[in-house]
Design a protein around this ligand. Structure first.
Ligand code: GLU
Length: 308
């Protein structure tokens, strides 16, 4: 059985989905994760989460990688591509199947919407196919059979977070109807196989974490430490994201972008003229990284003012 000893302390990662160029919000997440690892002398890996081919934007992986390079990020090891790791995900599904934690589901999104119960946001899966013993065939999804009871973890910034996954979310999809592996499964498998000791990412994934922890437990995988950074939001309080048209970063203005992201992270203010290069900026920022200004914060206004 795996233990937390299998994880590398302070080994972090940035795991963008190639759905558009890097923008200020994703730069903030990448920077938080990078500084947290480097400040503690840990490694930092880059993983492209390119499983969701229908949502992928052609060329986006290249833009993201180029942008990270222009901004002076340096990753250890080769870049990992989720699209090349199907065997690992398949093996994890087999493990879940053998241990009775997987079932085939034929529900459509529409039937679920109509029959959905409780749950924050999207309704929890009502368990429709849970005990039907359906044979997995094309057009069906595979769901993870969740267990009732609170799943809790201690987030270094957000404190203790608990969720009764079975009640709030219900049995969730780990292989989609279209045959693609779901994010929750892939991320858990990859974080463990890459020995990620510390997952630093945006608060938009806070509610996914108890689900991921329950999956880790079912797969006998160790749980990394979690640090959920506040989300950069626009004036209307919405997360700035590729989906709502956040502008891609101008790589020619890398130093200015780094300084803006660093300020949003509540760090010691800096001015562009203080640095000769992006490398110069990182050499200054790494030893000064401090999580304290971010404690308990869920949002940061893109304009720089604290909104929460
Ligand atoms: N690929 C996810 C995204 O771009 C991030 C996954 C993670 O950090 O766990 O939103």
């Amino acid at each position: 059985m795996s233990t937390t000893a299998d994880l590398r302390p302070h080994r972090g990662r940035f795991a963008p989905s190639p759905t558009g160029p890097l923008h200020l919000g994703s730069l903030v997440a990448a920077m938080g994760s990078y500084l947290q690892s480097r400040h503690h002398g840990g490694e930092w890996l880059l993983r492209i989460e390119d499983l969701d081919s229908p949502r992928e934007v052609e060329g986006a992986s290249g833009w993201i990688i180029n942008s990270l390079e222009s901004h002076g990020f340096e990753w250890d090891q080769e870049i990992t591509w989720q699209s090349e790791r199907s065997k690992l995900y398949e093996r994890a599904l087999m493990h879940l199947g053998k241990t009775g934690r997987l079932f085939a589901c034929r529900c459509s999104r529409r039937t679920l919407r109509e029959s959905g119960s409780a749950g924050r946001g999207t309704p929890a899966y009502p368990g429709t196919c849970r005990h039907l013993g359906l044979r997995d065939q094309s057009g069906m999804s595979l769901r993870f059979l969740t267990r009732p009871g609170d799943v809790c973890f201690e987030d270094a910034l957000q404190g203790r977070i608990c969720e009764d996954v079975a009640r709030e979310c219900g049995d969730f999809v780990v292989r989609r109807k279209d045959g693609l592996f779901a994010y929750q499964l892939a991320v858990v498998v990859d974080d463990a196989s890459q020995m990620i000791g510390e997952v630093v990412r945006g608060c938009d994934l806070l509610e996914s974490t108890p689900r991921q922890i329950q999956l880790q437990q079912a797969l006998d995988l160790p749980a990394p430490a979690y640090i959920h950074l506040p989300l950069v939001v626009a004036r209307n309080d919405e997360k700035i994201s590729k989906q709502n048209g956040a502008a891609g970063l101008d790589d020619a203005r890398a130093l200015g972008n780094l300084i803006a992201a660093h300020r949003l992270l509540g760090q010691e203010p800096a001015k562009e003229k203080d640095f000769d290069s992006v490398a110069d900026f990182w050499a200054w920022a790494v030893p000064r990284w401090d999580l304290k200004p971010l404690l308990g914060r869920r949002k940061i206004a893109a304009a720089g003012a604290e909104v929460n």
